[in-house]
Design a protein around this ligand. Sequence first.
Ligand SMILES: CC(C)(COP(=O)(O)OP(=O)(O)OC[C@H]1O[C@@H](n2cnc3c(N)ncnc32)[C@H](O)[C@@H]1OP(=O)(O)O)[C@@H](O)C(=O)NCCC(=O)NCCS
Length: 197
Amino acid sequence: MGVDTSLSNIGCSAFFEAPKDFFVESTYPLPGLELEIGSASYADIEEIYLLESEIEGNDGADLVTLTARWRMFGAGFLTARQGGRLVGYIESCLWDCQLPYFEARPDFFASLHRLGAANLYIIFLGVAADYRRQGVASSLLAAVSGVGYRYGACRLQAVSRGHITPLYEAAGFLPVVAMPGFLPESGVDFMLMERTL
Ligand SMILES: CC(C)(COP(=O)(O)OP(=O)(O)OC[C@H]1O[C@@H](n2cnc3c(N)ncnc32)[C@H](O)[C@@H]1OP(=O)(O)O)[C@@H](O)C(=O)NCCC(=O)NCCS
């Protein structure tokens, strides 16, 4: 299965540069939860780092990397909180990159991030283990779609671990192409998923 990954036939919504204090803040009512979703602040980074370490262990991004991603595109770096507790987050950048081209180097995203680019790429999405399967990740995907739309992106992109693709499909993404070896995780398949905005 595949979708057309060329930009030629896709109409982009008009680009406008958001004000520097652009801030997404929404409440997502889910059964039993009332999530607060908004742009991460600098003060959130250490807590995000702790959650990232819980989720990804030694393979998680370090504080320097997370801070650099926040500085790169803070409006696309969202947190989900329940009663004040950080329960999930999503990181993104804007680029024109045509995956499956990818370089595993720490500054790869920052080197290609550009306001006005056609694609909003989801760098990472994580939810605390005790808050999974309650719609937190889906709510973060909905919120980051709004960011992409406001920044004039035409398309959302994510590289999904194979077993997670139902999450993206439920959010309207389609599988585009397998990306074997995207991350050095043995026995894990990766799939580029895309959705037009
Ligand atoms: C993947 C992850 C972000 C999902 O978060 P979540 O808040 O549990 O996801 P949601 O509750 O919004 O799930 C919505 C739907 O996506 C699908 N889904 C979510 N997690 C899934 C999983 N582990 N396996 C298969 N399908 C899954 C299901 O269809 C689910 O609906 P259902 O619960 O009614 O069956 C979370 O499990 C996580 O942080 N995992 C570790 C990090 C990771 O793999 N991140 C993704 C990078 S590719």
